[in-house]
Design a protein around this ligand. Sequence first.
Ligand code: SAM
Length: 272
Amino acid sequence: MGPMELDPSIRTYYDRGKEADRLSGGFPSGPLELARTKEILERHLPPPPADVLDVGGGPGVYAAWLADRGYRVHLIDPVPLHVEQAAAAHGEVTAEVGDARALRGADGSADAVLLLGPMYHLVERDDRILALREAARVLRPGGLMFAAAISRFAALMDLLVRLDRLHEPEIATMVERSVTTGVFEGPGEAELFTTSYFHLPRELAAEVTAAGFAAPDLLQIEGPGFLVPDFENRWADENRREAMLQAARWVENEPEMLAASSHLMAVARTPA
Ligand SMILES: C[S@@+](CC[C@H](N)C(=O)[O-])C[C@H]1O[C@@H](n2cnc3c(N)ncnc32)[C@H](O)[C@@H]1O
C-alpha cells in the first residue's frame, strides 16, 4: 500500500454505501452526533458566505447543510462513491477525490476546514499530523479548523453497555487493543466499524498544536447520550431528546468527562 492510499479494509467498508444514512439513524446515535456537530459548527463558523473545505466529508451531509446556509463548500474524500453522493446532495457543493494528507487547495484559500472523519482512519500519528498540517496550510491566517476524533473508550463503552458483546472473546481482544493502543481493527460489520484510531483527549490536543494551530478547545460531541438504550424511541420523544442534548451541553467542555463521549471535537485556529 502506497503512503497516500486508503487502507483496503476502509475502502471495502465505505464501498458498501452505508455511510449516506448513518447520521439519520443508520447508526443509532447518529442523529445526536448530527445535531450536536451542527450546533458546534454554528457556534464557531464565521457568518456566510465563507469558504469551507470539508475534508473526508463523506456523502456530504454537512456540506449540503452548510451550502444551504450560504457557505461555499468544497468536499474532498478518497472514496469515489462518497464524492458522487456529495456532488448529488447539493447543486452548489463541489467535490473531488483526494486525501487529507495531500490537499490540492492553495495556501490560505479557506476560512474553515472540517476534518470530520480523516482522524478516525489515520492510524499512524505522522499521518494525522500531516493531515492537520495540510488543514493549517490551506487556511487563511486566523482560520478555523474542526477536527473530530473517536474517543479511546468508545468501543469499550458501546460494546459493553449498548451492544452487550464485550463477553465475546474476539470482541474482547479487539477492544482491549483499542483501549491500550488506540488502534481498533474493526472487522467491517456495520455495527463494528473498520480500521480506525481512537484518541485520548490530550493526544488530540497535542496533535493539533504539533501541526501549528493554537491550543484547541476540546468538546464532547454526543455526550453520554450515545449509550442510551432504545435510542430511536427516546430520540423520537421531544422531552427525552432535549434531555440528551442538554446533558451533552452541560458537560461538553468538562475535561474530566471528555472521553466519555463517542466523538470529540477539537476546534482550533491558525495564528492570525
Ligand atoms: C465516518 S465517515 C465521516 C463522513 C462525514 N465527514 C461525516 O462526519 O458524516 C469518515 C470519512 O473519512 C474519509 N477518509 C478516510 N481516510 C481519509 C483520508 N486519508 N483523507 C480524507 N478522508 C478520509 C472516509 O472516506 C469517510 O468518508
